[in-house]
Design a binder for this molecule. Structure first.
Ligand code: URP
Ligand code: ZN
Length: 435
């Protein structure tokens, strides 16, 4: 690659880059290819590390069927948007061996065009759980374990079992990632609304107010502190949760936070629409009021939030209509893997909310560091994987489900214009796409 501006050592530098096989072989001025290698002229383009989305749910089984993207379609959409690595989940059935579920999930992952890591979710505590967690860490190369405070009737863990998971994971130098919502409050609110005939999508956010997240985040931080286990809180959406996280970080507790573009850009007034428009925003946690968005952007800028993932989990309108007469039956989730980086660039960097360095940190480098992929990924340097995005910083596109690569007829960012798009994306040395 010649004449491009490379994001090196926290800023843009003019340099050439040579890829051999899957790795970055050389970075420097005027690297001669001696006619042996294909050259790509990157004049006017910027080159950053490939994006790492630490939170996607591809081919996720739910009562409404599988989430609409599988590993093939989801990874294609990711690559189209400059994301070259994904971290998805292993969610066993209760009663199923965790290691067996991991092996089965790896067969599904084989269809991915991106590199994929997996977080493993213990969904119950049995005689085998400790042994299986240790086996995952020592033999299977798994570092992160996701537990749910929500969804108690299916995959959620009680606080005492979360503590047991944290003790084992902390002892063996892993990290627990946590979906923080207090299930008992949600269930009470849902029952109340349904008994009053309140069945529309707008009751979804009302059943999960800010306090539902904030209370769970506070609890999670206390448990992790007692268990001596690093904690990563997924999809943070409220300013109250940020306060708890900031307090813990200030005391030196290893607590990391992720948010998602939907919580940075969209708000809860979108639920006040007819079913077919409102249902696409049904996700957990729900969209929030405007003041939370401001706090989240600030928390990224100040380093309280380390990563921006997507929680990519799209469902089609047909699937969403399962909850036409009961908002609790609308499958939770929305797609976003394709536009995470362009949205962050447009509304973060170009609108001066975050620096370019912060953009690279939260879309790539920090996830690589937290989840054990650094410096193989998350940085442009000799010897690292050639996962690269060659950006056209001036290219513009209006987001629409009619042209996106995500396998879904809905897009929560429909009509938003983004500026800054990948012209080429390289996944471990292979050029995958071009706009
Ligand atoms: O609404 C969401 N987030 N769906 C995906 C599953 C989960 O809760 O993470
Ligand atoms: Zn999720």
């Amino acid at each position: 690659m010649q004449n491009g501006q490379l994001f090196l050592n926290d800023h843009l530098v003019e340099a050439d880059l040579l890829i051999i096989g899957s790795k970055i072989e050389k970075i420097g001025k005027n690297i001669s290819s001696d006619g042996m290698f294909q050259t790509i002229d990157c004049s006017g383009l910027q080159i950053s590390p490939g994006g790492i989305d630490p939170h996607v749910h591809l081919h996720l089984p739910t009562p409404a069927g599988f989430s609409a993207d599988d590993f093939e379609t989801g990874s294609k959409a990711a690559i189209a948007g400059g994301t070259t690595s994904l971290i998805d989940f292993v969610t066993p059935q209760r009663g199923q061996s965790i290691v067996e579920a991991l092996q089965l999930r790896r067969q599904e992952v084989a269809n991915s065009l991106c590199d994929v890591k997996l977080h493993v979710s213990p969904v119950e505590w049995t005689d085998q759980t400790e042994h299986e967690i240790i086996q995952c860490i020592k033999k299977e190369g798994i570092k992160s374990f996701k537990v749910y405070m929500a969804y108690q009737s299916t995959i959620g863990l009680k606080d005492e079992d979360i503590f047991k998971v944290m003790k084992v994971v902390g002892k063996h130098e892993g990290i627990v990632t946590m979906h923080c919502e207090v299930d008992s409050i949600i269930e009470k609110n849902r029952k109340q609304f349904l008994s009053e005939g309140k069945t529309a999508p707008k009751y979804h956010p009302l059943s999960r107010p800010n306090a539902v997240e904030a209370g769970a985040v506070k609890k999670a931080i206390e448990l992790a502190d007692k268990a001596d286990c690093p904690l990563y809180i997924v999809h943070v959406s409220t300013h109250e949760a940020l306060d708890h996280i900031h307090k813990a970080q200030s005391k030196g507790q290893p607590v990391y936070a992720e948010t998602c573009p939907q919580y940075l850009l969209l708000e809860d007034s979108l639920y006040d629409q007819p079913f077919d428009q409102a249902c696409k925003y049904v996700m957990s946690p729900p969209l929030r009021k405007k003041e939370n968005r401001k706090a989240l952007w600030q928390a990224i800028a100040e380093g309280i939030i380390q990563t921006v993932g997507t929680d990519h989990c799209p469902f089609t309108l047909d699937q969403k209509r399962m909850g036409l007469n009961d908002f609790t039956k609308i499958p939770n989730g929305a797609g976003g893997v394709e536009y995470r980086m362009s949205l962050l660039y447009t509304f973060g960097v170009l609108e001066n909310r975050i620096t370019l360095q912060k953009f690279v940190d939260v879309t790539s480098t920090n996830a690589a560091k937290i989840f054990g992929w650094y410096p193989q990924k998350g940085i442009i340097q000799e010897g690292s994987d050639a996962d690269l995005v060659i950006w056209d910083p001036d290219a513009k596109q209006t987001i629409t489900s009619k042209t996106h690569h995500q396998n879904c007829d809905l897009n929560i960012y429909e009509g938003l214009e983004v500026q800054g798009l990948p012209k080429y994306t390289y996944v471990t040395g292979t050029q995958m796409t071009r706009i």
